[in-house]
Ligand binder design. Structure first.
Ligand SMILES: [Zn+2]
Length: 400
């Protein structure tokens, strides 16, 4: 039986509204370090639990007149707006992928397309929630980014078993490693684990320790106001020193990534064995594709952070941005976050000009612009890839 498009879209709109309601909980509670499971929804003013019929996404705000049923305190329309926008995202992605067909390799929704849709809608929700939190609190919680990264790994592991397209086209829709990129991802990932072990063992130093300690002290003193503001201006930090710590942490990852690529990606016996493994174990090729995307997506931002911080003498780009783009890479593969990263400044620039006109000098969080850049790349992925493929074949020609 074929379910008509319109039924899917009504269903997805409702599902999106419910997920949006959950995103409201995430956006409110995670930065405040509260559990997202317990307790159930309550009024932030009188703490009275909100019963299910007062908690219907989008609609409840209107029939309650934007007020708490018990104490009459006003609820921001923002909650209903987030629910509505999430519902629009759910329908919009379906529309773009399965009606407009912006991604050519994607099969029909019922024939495995839903799996890609599920992975990508989780990413969109993560980008949306991160942007809302970043805009308000100046942080991007790592737990949110990791949700998308895990979803991306699962998607690329299972997708090959649903595929209808030839293997050479997988990379256009999911992260899918070649022998070389897979080897590099494996080495880089091992290096990352080594780095984390060394960090936790205290053998290498953590960057911005004073800053973390100060934030922790702020939090313990219950001074919510100061803990939400950047405090780096108040303490002295040697930015070169801090960046040196981060470079040391990243070293094992870079070195092992290159060594693995060199050994496993060679034409020798080990290389041939690895080539076979990658061809036969499709789940591994998918998983390593996600890991490679994670490393490159995060690596591009981290490299920019280090170079930017060293040249401007102050912290450029947060580690939250690094993890966000790493997650984008795990879901979309390494090409998308790399391009999105260069698209993002254009959105940031427009916003900055607007703020300048409005005479607001405060710095702007970068997460929302990275998110917008990512959405653009999700929609324009095929033309962008075509452009680069053409560009490079034109310049280098199909020479020997
Ligand atoms: Zn109330």
């Amino acid at each position: 039986m074929i379910i008509p498009d319109s039924i899917w879209m009504i269903f997805l709109f409702a599902l999106g509204a419910i997920v949006g309601s959950f995103l409201n909980v995430v956006v409110y509670r995670i930065p405040r370090e509260l559990s997202i499971v317990r307790p159930g929804s309550f009024c932030p003013s009188c703490r009275h639990p909100i019963v299910w019929y007062d908690n219907i996404p989008i609609l409840a705000w209107f029939y309650l007149g934007g007020k708490c049923r018990h104490c009459g305190a006003g609820f921001s329309i923002r909650y209903a707006l987030v629910e509505f926008l999430t519902a629009v995202l759910f329908v919009g992605l379906y529309w773009a992928y399965f009606r407009m067909g912006v991604r050519r390799v994607l099969p029909a929704f019922e024939q495995g397309g839903w799996l890609v849709y599920a992975g990508h809608i989780i990413l969109l929700c993560v980008l949306f929630a991160s942007s809302l939190i970043d805009g308000e609190h100046w942080i991007i919680p790592l737990s949110i980014s990791y949700t998308a990264a895990v979803a991306g790994c699962l998607l690329s592991m299972f997708w090959p078993y649903w595929q209808t397209s030839p293997e050479s086209q997988y990379w256009q829709i999911i992260p899918y490693a070649s022998a070389k990129s897979g080897a590099c991802a494996l080495g880089a990932f091992l290096g990352l684990i080594i780095g984390i072990i060394l960090l936790n063992a205290g053998l290498i130093k953590r960057s911005f320790v004073q800053l973390l300690e100060m934030e922790e002290a702020n939090r313990q003193s219950g001074d919510k106001e100061t803990s939400n503001k950047p405090v780096e201006d108040d303490i002295e930090i040697n930015i070169r020193q801090e960046m040196f710590y981060e470079i040391v942490f990243l070293m094992p990852s870079v070195v092992l990534g290159l060594i693995f690529m060199w050994i496993l990606g060679s034409d020798g016996r080990i290389g041939q064995w690895w080539q076979q493994v990658i061809v036969q174990q499709k789940w591994l090729a998918g998983l390593l594709g996600s890991v490679f995307g994670f490393m490159i997506g995060g690596g591009v931002v981290w490299a920019t952070r280090i170079l930017g911080s060293l040249s401007f003498g102050r912290e450029a780009m947060g580690l939250g941005d690094v993890h966000l783009m790493a997650a984008v890479g795990a879901v979309l593969g390494w090409v998308s976050p790399t391009i999105a990263f260069f698209v993002a400044p254009f959105f940031g620039l427009g916003w900055a000009v607007m703020r300048l006109v409005l005479h607001r000098s405060r710095e702007i969080p970068y997460g929302p612009f990275l998110s917008m850049g990512t959405v653009v790349v999700m929609l324009l992925h095929d033309p962008i890839v075509d452009y680069f493929v053409q560009y490079f074949t034109y310049n280098h020609g199909p020479g020997p």
